[in-house]
Design a protein around this ligand. Sequence first.
Ligand code: GLN
Length: 252
Amino acid sequence: MDKLTIGLVLPDVLGTYGDDGNALVLRQRARMRGLKAEILPIKLNEPVPDSLDIYTLGGGEDTAQILAAEHLIADGGLSRAAAAGHPVLAICAGLQVLGESFRASGRIVDGVGLIDATTAGMQERAIGEVASTPTGTGITAELTEPLTGFENHMGATILGPAAQPLGEITRGVGNADTNATADLRDGAMQRTAEGAVQGNVIATYMHGPALARNPQLADLLLAKAMGITLAELEPLDIPAVTQLRAERLRRS
Ligand code: GLN
């Protein structure tokens, strides 16, 4: 691979929570391994090119995420990219937007449909540290390290059979509150679910940004984009990142 191009999808509407940092982390970890890497920001009403190497979407407010969903559905580029197997990372509102539907600004809005998930409203905002153990499902089979982030949302996300949780909650709320899951047949499993994995799409409620706090997840995305395994990617030792993780996980 000559150069890695990271699509930063709709930073103008899905950029409220600092999740643009995920693209920076990917670019930096690629460059530290001698790979040329660049970020391509794609703004609202611009077409999403369907052949980039990785795509990231961040969190956003209700009104903003409705605009994001409408644009991504009308444009179709991100859906073509996902169908072609390019890895996609979606955070919080990004997760909700890529699902089948979500509730925002008092109505139910169609999502892009890349994740078998529906998001209803929670009674109370989920806010604070969130930590989970990777489930190792699908594309995330090589993940071994605990996942850590910060959640801030009102969405209760229920996964359908085509999607699997990214992590099993050890702290925080994650996808669902107990009210939303009480009457589900697999309610116990859904109550501990954090995020979603479906094909090459990885979605999570973790802000942080998530990839600054979870370098193994960043490297997994890089490895997938490069067509190699995580084990084949040259390891990187960044003491500040190790220290940050230790600090955050101590609080979990
Ligand atoms: N607006 C959504 C919610 O409150 C997403 C928030 C976010 O992206 N942090 O659930």
